[in-house]
Design a protein around this ligand. Sequence first.
Ligand SMILES: Nc1ncnc2c1ncn2[C@@H]1O[C@H](COP(=O)(O)OP(=O)(O)OP(=O)(O)O)[C@@H](O)[C@H]1O
Ligand SMILES: [Mg+2]
Length: 346
Amino acid sequence: MMQESHVPFGMPRPGALPLDPAAPESVSRNGVLVPGATDPAPAIPEGINVEAEARESGVFDVIDDLDRELVGLDPVKTRIREVAALLVVDMARRRFGLEAERPNLHMCFTGSPGTGKTTVAMRMATVLHRLGYLAKGHLVAVTRDELVGQYIGHTAPKTREVLKRAMGGVLFIDEAYYLHRQENERDYGQEAIEILLQVMENQRNDIVVILAGYRDRMDQFFSSNPGMGSRIAHHIDFPDYSLDELVAIARIMLDGQRYAFSNDAEPAFRELMLRRMTQPRFANARSVRNALERARLRQANRLVSGGRSLTRDDLMRIEAEDIYKSRWFTEGPESRPSEERVVPAV
Ligand SMILES: Nc1ncnc2c1ncn2[C@@H]1O[C@H](COP(=O)(O)OP(=O)(O)OP(=O)(O)O)[C@@H](O)[C@H]1O
Ligand SMILES: [Mg+2]
């Protein structure tokens, strides 16, 4: 087991928490753990206002932003708050000498494409960093290809290289079930899984692993790899978005880019989403983003060919025709654009 790194909770600056597990630690007069401090007499604080201290660490700012900027996802938001609260309480307990094992923070995010898993994982990394549980709080997102080699002897170095990059942050493994190939016992994926299992167990203080993918396939993966399932403490399910939520997401995305729907454009977009939702390869919020990208292209084309001087408002406004010219309205299903899987621009 690696040495447990005590976290100097109560230090206000986000990201400034020194996290060197090798640094000698003691407790200063006000009861705050300070790595390397020399005061030999640990003072136990009388009482800790955990809420005030958590506010000071900025962790709830990240969560409040997440609440505000991400539409829906109520169960997800609740779980993130609970995890943050647990960590805050865990640190307060330490200061009273109530030692408990560092909580297991490995997670599994399940849900359909475009439901916000990668986005929430990035926020989670920031939360863990602000609380001092991760030294850096960056996120390294990979899939099977980045972990598993094609030839004998290639997998271990590849997996270790990825783990090295992710140290101090979150390793996010998308579609993690592809690591396991039922039909092929000799598959190199198993080698990557073994290394991950070791690191998830032995270096829990240095890295948090988040697996992501479809719910049913992830369940299958855990039943063939019980070791992996048992190392994951938090299983969080991301529901599909409702039509109202998709439209609300569109509004937020447009606003972020200084665009807005005209009065007629919003119902048009709603109609577009209603059609799109039932089609194959629908990817929730990512389909919203892609549809808006295309609407912007059409708006630009309309403006450029309009031959008149443009106001600020003209440049900002998406009109209904920018939506209705979508191939989803004008052409048969076979020629409709496919939803490309893209690295999310968050
Ligand atoms: N609830 C939401 N509110 C606003 N924007 C969202 C929401 N959920 C996702 N998005 C946006 O939609 C896009 C896709 O989200 P993200 O990449 O996080 O989904 P994902 O679940 O990781 O998808 P995949 O499984 O395909 O990797 C991102 O641009 C993200 O910012
Ligand atoms: Mg993703």
